[in-house]
Write a protein of this length. Sequence first.
Length: 410
Amino acid sequence: MADVYIYDALRTPRGRGKAGKGGLSHIHPQELLAQTLNAMAERKKLDKKLVDDLAVGCVTQVKEQGACIARLALIAAAWPEEVTGFTINRFCGSGLEAVNSIAAKIGAGFTDSGLGGGVESMSRVPMGSDEAMLDGLNEGLRKRMYLVPQGISADLIATREGFSRTDVDKFALESQQKAARAIENKHFANAMFAVKNEDGSVALDRDEHPRADTTLEGLASLKPAFVQMGAMALGPNGETLDQLALKRYPDTKAIDHVHTGGNSSGIVDGAAVVLMGSKEWGTKAGLKPRAKIRAMATIGAEPVIMLTAPAPASKKALDRAGMQVKDIDLWEINEAFATVPMQTARALEIDPAKINVNGGAIALGHPLGATGAILLGTALDELERANKSTALITLCIGGGMGIATIIERV
């Protein structure tokens, strides 16, 4: 595989994902992505005709996010007709999968350049809008294996790992504190642009979800989010969702529900893109590379517990790069739930000081289809700011999958 270079990464602020209340909730997701594309082109003084393709991650591909949002966003952005686009759904790994897909095409020599990224307007197209749930409403599958909601899976992991409510709340507090410091020190300024209204005024120029005033006492006062869900009798034989999950893990007697709205990822709107190309393409475009892709990997894991695959996906990427855990300077492990990075760190014996140093999705939010691309940009900026060399970005994925990408500064 030829070297694939990252020339830049750019994202919107993350707006609260509530209809009529978030700073981006009045903006159509196609337009949100279109603004991101044009902001990238303007910042790099990019000849748009030199871009071959656009891959876009989007999880809930219905209604305003239906059809092919990648191509429609290009049209909305008035990009050249020659530039193509395609849309990807690998659940929460979609944004990073989009980046990896373009990188793979460049590395294989099938194309010279492209943009990978993602978009999700969770205020306009809420989770569940496709009415398919996790298993596509397949009754036959449910008789063989019932895939429970991710919150129950997260609580199952916490139970089996021995993570207490205090443990996950402490992790969440640290996420908020790290994000607050990053915002105060403008660590996100390079990667973020101000989204505009139709009249040219600023719609949003900051992340809306972080709460710098979060306390451990406040987190402890929140009720567990998935107790009632776990008690719902939805199984083929009247089993509760908790009972269905425990069928796969009979050595676990009961699920300790520890996750709340405070120690789980925030619901937000957002978009991001990453500009990549070969070295020769960069020279032609007049661009200087910032990093290159060292390795990328996906892997499957047990689909009921679902969220444990970041560790083996990361190990697979490290093996492909001929690297070890200690060779990675910075880790971006998506905070879908607090237990995910906690379990990944334990499984791989990662130094906690290297993980999510600017906070994560608990504080900043998780715009499903865009998050992977956002995390890559966050890692890239932090490598430069801290004068580090390597970063690994990984996310858990619905249905029991993980994805990982290793980047290195150049």
